[in-house]
Design a protein around this ligand. Structure first.
Ligand SMILES: O=P(O)(O)OC[C@H]1O[C@H](OP(=O)(O)OP(=O)(O)O)[C@H](O)[C@@H]1O
Ligand SMILES: Nc1ncnc2[nH]cnc12
Length: 214
């Protein structure tokens, strides 16, 4: 569900957050309107408002773990976890977390695959980071197809955690109107903008041609 349809209708913070996100056309390949949240991180007020909106929503939901998805979920998740008094657990891309991937013991790392446009990837989690009964919030910058969030949900549920909600800054049109993912609610702050609507649309076509691989 989008924040504007869920209590924050007309909240000027949402428009400011949207405006602070740079749209980069044709990155990393032709046809993708890349939503670059690094410009949001440069805007102190918009960054603070982003974290505050999530904190206000989750502070009384008895969340015990915030799981952030590599890489951009790491930019929002820890601040939210600290503010609501939860632990932070990184869900990482393959072979970044130390631990065995075979035997089941405290040092074990578990993996869940998900589909990309071309091929598959996987997310990993250390099993001793989460205990049965933990109440989890999963945080990422953006949801597009939902494949990444679905893998994150499966990782947490394998360890017996209850996924309360997924929180994302941006939701692409693919998820517009879809308020639940794999049976779990998704809370999204803003929709993506098109380039002609963008404060940061100052990237020359020459630069874009260099970045564009397909
Ligand atoms: O909903 P989906 O279709 O699964 O896409 C969303 C994911 O895609 C982006 O990450 P990306 O895979 O580009 O990885 P990165 O953050 O490591 O660059 C984004 O940060 C989400 O994690
Ligand atoms: N348009 C987009 N912008 C940023 N990250 C993405 N991940 C998938 N699609 C994306």
């Amino acid at each position: 569900m989008f924040a504007a349809e869920n209590g924050l209708k007309g909240d000027p913070r949402l428009e400011a957050i949207s405006q602070a996100i740079r749209v980069v056309p044709h990155f990393p390949k032709k046809g993708i309107m890349f939503q670059d949240i690094t410009t949001l991180l440069l805007d102190h007020k918009a960054f603070q408002d982003t974290v505050d909106i999530f904190v206000d929503r989750y502070r009384n939901m008895d969340i015990s773990v915030v799981a952030g998805i590599e890489a951009r979920g790491f930019m929002f998740g820890p601040s939210i976890a600290l503010a609501i008094g939860a632990k932070f657990v990184p869900l990482r891309k393959p072979k970044k977390l130390p631990g065995t991937r075979t035997k089941y013991h405290a040092g074990k790392v578990i993996c869940e695959e998900y589909e990309l446009e071309y091929g598959t990837d996987c997310l990993e989690m250390q099993v001793d980071a989460v205990q049965p009964g933990d109440r989890a919030l999963i945080v990422d910058d953006l949801v597009a197809t939902g494949g990444t969030l679905s893998a994150a949900i499966r990782l947490l549920e394998r360890m017996g955690a209850q996924v309360v909600e997924c929180g994302c800054v941006v939701g692409l049109p693919e998820v517009k109107g879809q308020c639940r993912l794999n049976g779990k609610p998704v809370y999204i702050l803003v929709e993506p903008r098109e380039i002609d609507n963008c404060r940061h649309a100052d990237i020359s076509s020459e630069f874009l041609n260099v970045q564009c691989s397909g």
